[in-house]
Every structure is written in structure tokens, then in C-alpha cells.
Design a protein around this ligand. Structure first.
Ligand code: G1P
Length: 272
């Protein structure tokens, strides 16, 4: 069973400057909820029972958002606005936090979760990527596959050739049902990408990845890359890539963020 998830939310969000100087991109509003609320909901709907969020100095707003606010609740009670207390975001599962003191990359952030994870399989959700599925939550689709094969499984999507340089890109052998047995993975290939399938920020890992993260040296962007540890994992264990059903929005790209906001609004209008 995959019960624990890590959500790394420590980055500077440089693609979103200047607003991200004070407002973490994870807190960008999508409807009246911040983007990260959707990611936490996806984790809970996928069966996750505990989350570890990796934050940094400027991300206290995220911690406050998911915390109780006795003052606000008392006020709403006094004003007889009980229905508003019900929509306050206190998640039904524990969220733990670790601060990443230096921006050393995604690989370093996940590594900080070592003691939280212990010796269990675990999920990683990158909060830049918001996935809207009509069927099952994106992470649940990966968890279902993990339960079948008991092997690490990485969410992928086909993207245009020109965009591959922004992502981890896999290569592997097609196994049917939109599944690939991975033989390679490259972080942000500037040319000769091994396929058109990009990693989309949803993963289920066997705990073996954690000791491999410890051994990594900085690479692309002078950062410790999760992708390099996955590459090492491939030489030890079978890993799979699964094409995830659903629409994906990278909120680090402003146009995609706007598109997400519009999509959520249109869905709300339809319900009315
Ligand atoms: C990270 C990963 C990359 C993945 C991407 C998905 O990159 O390193 O492999 O494809 O997330 O969003 P980042 O966007 O943090 O540079």
C-alpha cells in the first residue's frame, strides 16, 4: 500500500517573478483555492494517509493555509456563519513539514524525506503540475499500477518535441495499457531526447530510491536531480512509466496557469 507522499514546495519559483518574491507559486489562486490545495486533494483521493511537505523560508503561507485558525473559526461561529467554517482547508490527514535550508534541487528536497518514509513505497507529487482527470486522480492511476507490479512507476505524457527540453524524458519498451518498461531517463535533454514522453510530476517509488539520492552529485542546473537517482534505480530494479489520463497544467508557465483557472471556472459554470 502506498500511504505516504512527499510534496516538494521549496523552490524559488523564478519563472513566476516578480510576484513569487512574496507569493509562493503554490499559493496562486485557482478559483478560491490555492493551487496546492488541488494537489493535497489529489493525494488524499488517491489513498495517501500522511503527507510530508518540503518547504523553505518564504513558504510559511502554505503552512498557515493548512493549519487551523481558531480566531477565524470563533469569529465565524459568533457571526452564525457555520457553513464557512466547513470550507476552511484543514485536511483530513496529517501534513508534516521540513524546511530545505538551501535550494539544492528536487533530488535534495526528496532526500530530506528519508526518515519520514522509512522502508515503504511512497508517492511524490510536484505541485507545479496540476492534473485534472475525468476518471481517476492522476496519482491514483499510478498507485493502481504499483499495486499490480510492486515496482516504481512514473507518470508520463506525450509532449511536443520543442517542449521536451523542459522535462525529464523517458525511453522504454511498450507493454500495452499505456505502460512502458523504462530503460533510460534523461533530465531536460537539449537535443536527441530519447522519446516524446515527458515526466509529469507524479511518481510512486520503491524506498530504494532514497539511498540512491544520497549518492547523487549536482548535474543539470548544478542541482541534485531526482532524474539521476531514477537512472541509477533502473540498473537495480525494473521501473515503469505510465501515460496518465487527464489534462495537465504546468502552473510555472503563465499561459498554462491561466488556462487552468479558466478550465476550473468553466466547470463551475456548467454545474450551476
Ligand atoms: C521537474 C523534474 C522533471 C519533470 C518536471 C515535471 O523539473 O526534474 O524531470 O519532468 O519536474 O514538471 P522542474 O520543473 O522542477 O525543473
Amino acid at each position: 500500500m502506498v500511504k505516504k507522499a512527499i510534496i516538494p514546495a521549496a523552490g524559488y519559483g523564478t519563472r513566476g517573478l516578480p510576484i513569487t518574491k512574496v507569493l509562493p507559486k503554490e499559493m496562486f489562486p485557482v478559483g478560491l483555492k490555492p493551487a496546492i490545495h488541488y494537489v493535497v486533494e489529489e493525494a488524499i483521493e488517491s489513498g495517501i494517509e500522511q503527507i510530508l511537505m518540503i518547504v523553505s523560508k518564504k513558504k510559511n503561507m502554505i503552512v498557515d493555509y493548512f493549519d487551523e485558525s481558531l480566531e477565524l473559526e470563533t469569529f465565524l461561529e459568533r457571526e452564525n456563519k457555520h457553513h464557512l467554517i466547513d470550507i476552511l482547508p484543514v485536511p483530513s490527514i496529517p501534513i508534516h513539514y521540513i524546511r530545505q535550508p538551501y535550494a539544492k534541487g528536487l533530488g535534495d528536497a526528496i532526500r530530506l524525506g528519508k526518515y519520514f518514509i522509512g522502508d515503504e513505497p511512497f508517492a511524490v507529487l510536484l505541485p507545479d503540475d496540476i492534473l485534472l482527470s475525468n476518471k481517476e486522480p492522476a496519482l491514483k492511476q499510478l498507485v493502481n499500477q504499483y499495486n499490480k507490479f510492486k515496482k516504481s512507476i512514473i507518470g508520463i505524457k506525450e509532449v511536443e518535441e520543442s517542449k521536451l527540453k523542459h522535462y525529464g524524458v523517458i525511453s522504454g519498451e511498450a507493454k500495452g495499457e499505456e505502460l512502458f518498461k523504462l530503460d533510460d531517463i534523461v533530465e531536460k535533454p537539449s537535443k536527441n531526447a530519447p522519446s516524446n514522453y515527458a515526466v509529469i510530476g507524479r511518481y510512486v517509488f520503491s524506498p530504494a530510491i532514497l539511498s540512491l539520492l544520497d549518492k547523487q552529485q549536482p548535474s543539470v542546473g548544478e542541482e541534485l536531480q531526482l532524474t539521476d537517482a531514477i537512472k541509477d534505480l533502473l540498473s537495480q530494479e525494473e521501473c515503469f512509466g505510465k501515460v496518465v489520463e487527464g489534462k495537465r497544467f504546468d502552473i510555472g508557465i503563465y499561459e498554462e496557469y491561466l488556462n487552468l483557472v479558466n478550465t476550473i471556472q468553466q466547470a463551475k459554470n456548467k454545474k450551476k
